[in-house]
Design a protein around this ligand. Structure first.
Ligand code: SAT
Ligand code: MN
Length: 579
């Protein structure tokens, strides 16, 4: 299928509002990418990095007040307020358009409007979806080239004239006072104005694949989730596929590329951020990664924490808001034990040690998935991969043990729904505040989360063998503030336990919050992990949990009677088990 009249009309409408001087349809070609880069080098939007050590890599510095997602400026604009739910900011579609229309009117004057048709998901997959976004940011167009499949391939996958999510993006004047990220799920429409930052501006990612995607997924009976996808290969070569939800900047990219510290075991990367999962004709849950690249957090990425990522960003990568060394190489906190001399910080100012971080805490790399050394050979399989386990992970200094397993699907859904986490620099606002982040979807669920929980509960009975559901926390600390578990490549020990649980090969002890590994079930060979510390890592403390369940209760309260009875019952059962 080629450009349809519906698509053309939509582009005309967007141009009528924003008044660009020129309209260019993006073809997704290498030549187009190169000319975008060239023009951005010319006008200073990009700086070249060392062509010898970082070939074809560039640095982008964003507006200092435009460095993270802005949840308070993100809205779901449904006709009925209750359809957005207490988990979302809501505005009526009329108010939203009037408001943002004011910022967008004439916003592209003297600028080129790019029309970017993009495909989310592998070509030829029945699970893929098309979007058409317009934008006045060449940085966004180049990033979309990396993160999605741009050009005719997208148009060819439209199943009807209006089978696309429309996205209107403009930098406008980049002012936080005139910034809005608006979603109209009933119209398959996104408006984003005033930000050039990833999650606000690369509309295929959070806006389409998660917020509009989750809305469509509920209507059509599938799941759009904030999850990585990995294959865990055992020493016999058998691969078990897992999907894992974790909040932004909480280790999804690292886990998806983990290098196993266990001989014979290996992790294959299929995705690091989003999973679209369907129930197939045999009742098997299957996942595709709708994205084509990684938009990963740079700080703390190193040869120790994620060697695969370090290798993959050595070429063809756009860095955003990292620091720069005198030899024009990127640098960020945690990359090397000591910062190199003569750094320039993420805002282009000479940097002196001891002050603010040289790289922004939410600085990023954007790179094609195929550059990852651990990318799975089947990562673009149109059929997706069969998911045997689902993991809900979060960042908790206390309370939550290293790993536990839900009693069954319903209890697993409760574990996801009641997940609490500490906030990170991926969102504008305070870092380290404990909040509920159900399934790591609190910022991304495009509808009332009570209905989302119901949708998850309803999916279980449709599955011939529902995946086991696990809860993990790599971030628990001891009384001195030290991490109890070494994390990173050692996390494969936990993945191995999951695989063995899925196969019914290993033991577990029952606790009020689920099963935890019984003594000896976690492979700890080669790890300095005294029994006392392991106990602390897996401990389920009654008082801490009571406090946490109160927090969950407060989070659930505003959902009122729309909250499914099974969730309320699971909470009550958990409380009872702690008595
Ligand atoms: O900024 S993004 O939303 O794209 C990444 C994230 O916060 O998960
Ligand atoms: Mn994310």
């Amino acid at each position: 299928m080629s450009v349809t009249s519906v698509a053309e009309q939509w582009v005309e409408q967007a141009a009528g509002l924003t008044r660009p001087s020129r309209i260019v349809w993006s073809d997704g070609s290498k030549a187009e990418y190169e000319s975008l880069i060239e023009s951005m080098l010319k006008d200073g939007t990009l700086l070249p990095l060392n062509p010898r050590t970082y070939p074809n890599c560039y640095l982008h510095r964003s507006h200092p007040q435009d460095v993270a997602r802005t949840e308070q400026l993100t809205f779901i604009c449904t006709r009925e307020r209750d359809d957005a739910g207490p988990n979302n900011n809501w505005m009526s579609p009329e108010d939203a358009k009037e408001h943002a229309g004011g910022y967008l009117r004439g916003a592209m004057r003297d600028r080129t409007m790019w029309v970017v048709p993009y495909l989310m998901g592998p070509a030829g997959s029945s699970m893929n979806r098309v979007g058409i976004m317009v934008t006045d940011s060449p940085y966004v167009v180049a990033s979309m080239h990396i993160m999605t499949r741009v050009g005719p391939v997208a148009l060819q996958h439209m199943r009807s004239d209006d089978d696309f999510v429309a996205g209107l993006h403009s930098l406008a004047d980049l002012s936080p006072e005139r910034r809005l990220i608006l979603h109209f799920p009933e119209e398959k429409l996104i408006w984003s104005v005033g930000s050039g930052y990833g999650g606000n501006a690369l509309l295929g990612k959070k806006c389409h694949a998660l917020r509009i995607g989750s809305w469509q997924a509920r209507q059509e009976g599938w799941l759009a989730e904030h999850m990585l996808i990995i294959g865990v290969e055992d020493p016999e070569g058998e691969v078990t596929y897992l999907a894992a939800a974790m909040p932004s900047a909480s280790g999804k990219t690292n886990l998806s590329m983990a290098i196993s510290q266990l001989p014979g075991w290996r992790v294959w990367t299929l995705g690091d951020d989003i999973a679209w999962m369907h129930v197939d004709a045999l009742g098997q849950l299957r996942a595709i990664n709708p994205e084509r690249g990684f938009f990963g957090v740079a700080p703390q990425t190193s040869e120790r924490t994620n060697p695969n990522a370090m290798a993959m960003v050595r070429s063809n990568t756009i860095f955003t808001n990292v620091a720069l060394t005198p030899s024009k190489e990127p640098w960020w906190e945690g990359m090397t034990p000591e910062p190199p001399a003569g750094l320039v910080d993420w805002q282009g100012r000479p940097w002196t040690p001891g002050g603010a971080p040289a790289a922004h805490a939410n600085s990023r790399f954007t790179v094609l998935a195929q550059q990852c050394p651990s990318i799975a050979p089947n990562w673009e399989d149109p059929e997706g991969v069969p998911i045997s386990g689902i993991v809900f992970g979060s960042r908790r200094t206390r309370t939550v043990p290293l790993v536990s397993e839900g009693f069954d699907w319903t209890h697993g859904v409760f574990l996801g729904a009641s997940m609490t986490t500490e906030t990170t620099a991926a969102i504008t606002g305070q870092v380290g505040v404990v909040r509920c982040d159900s399934m790591a979807m609190l910022p991304f669920c495009g509808y009332n989360m009570a209905d989302y929980f119901t949708h998850w509960l309803d999916t279980g009975p449709r599955l011939a063998r529902p995946p086991r559901i696990f809860r993990v926390n790599w971030f628990r600390r001891d009384a001195e503030g030290r991490f109890l578990w070494p994390g990173y490549g050692e996390n494969v020990r936990v993945l191995r336990w999951m695989v063995e649980r899925i196969r019914g090969q290993t033991g577990a002890d029952e606790t009020p919050i689920g099963y935890v590994p019984s003594a000896g079930a976690l492979e700890l060979d080669g790890l300095d992990m005294p029994a006392e510390r392991l106990r602390e890592t897996l401990r389920v403390d009654r008082d801490e949990w009571r406090e946490s369940l109160d927090e969950t209760d407060r989070f659930f309260a505003p959902f009122g009677p729309r909250l499914p009875g099974q969730i309320t019952a699971s909470l009550a059962d958990t409380r009872r088990r702690f008595v």
